[in-house]
Design a protein around this ligand. Sequence first.
Ligand SMILES: CC(C)(COP(=O)(O)OP(=O)(O)OC[C@H]1O[C@@H](n2cnc3c(N)ncnc32)[C@H](O)[C@@H]1OP(=O)(O)O)[C@@H](O)C(=O)NCCC(=O)NCCS
Length: 179
Amino acid sequence: MLKGKKVLLRPVKRSDISLFLKWFNDPEVTQYLVMYLPMTEMAEEKWIEELATTRAGSDVVFIIEVKTGELTKPIGNCGLFRINHKDQTAEFGIAIGEKDCWGKGYGTEATRLLVDYGFKQLNLHRISSPVFEFNERSIKLHQKVGFQEEGRRRQARFKNGQFWDEVLFGLLRNEWSKD
Ligand SMILES: CC(C)(COP(=O)(O)OP(=O)(O)OC[C@H]1O[C@@H](n2cnc3c(N)ncnc32)[C@H](O)[C@@H]1OP(=O)(O)O)[C@@H](O)C(=O)NCCC(=O)NCCS
């Protein structure tokens, strides 16, 4: 478990399936994500199962929980995907599925916790992260955490009736905290 001031990151449980189904069938959330087909219970079960099997060495996923007094409430997930042990690279992904929790600093803190874990525990050298050009909140988050814009894949993604650029962000370990 990774603990911050406002949020903590904990491993995924089977009982999180109902949360995933709610979050990833909400078009207001999925408009910002690469996924676009309805998320079924069977697909979610398989996805969670694979975290412990075929993807155990390559994907690390956490549930983001927000602290409310003594209790905590799950609000979304984040992870490092396609971890490459030779090149020491991974791709970052995050989704806060509880929309009333957007814009409260939770995503930024969760990202900082995960990035720190990636560099200091997984020994990553580089973390990359593609963001749709219209996702201003996510672009702001990446900039605040220290990601650099490295380029754009022009009109690479079709969402909401039109093609959009994908902004490519990257963060190197020596640009992260040196302590
Ligand atoms: C993107 C996401 C992870 C950001 O997390 P968050 O907790 O909402 O963001 P934070 O509150 O930590 O920071 C967002 C920043 O964007 C700013 N912001 C908020 N709403 C904004 C808007 N509509 N336009 C531009 N900036 C906005 C905030 O002011 C904040 O910056 P500040 O701290 O300088 O004030 C979250 O909103 C989310 O999961 N959205 C849906 C799925 C998604 O987009 N995933 C990312 C795919 S790349």
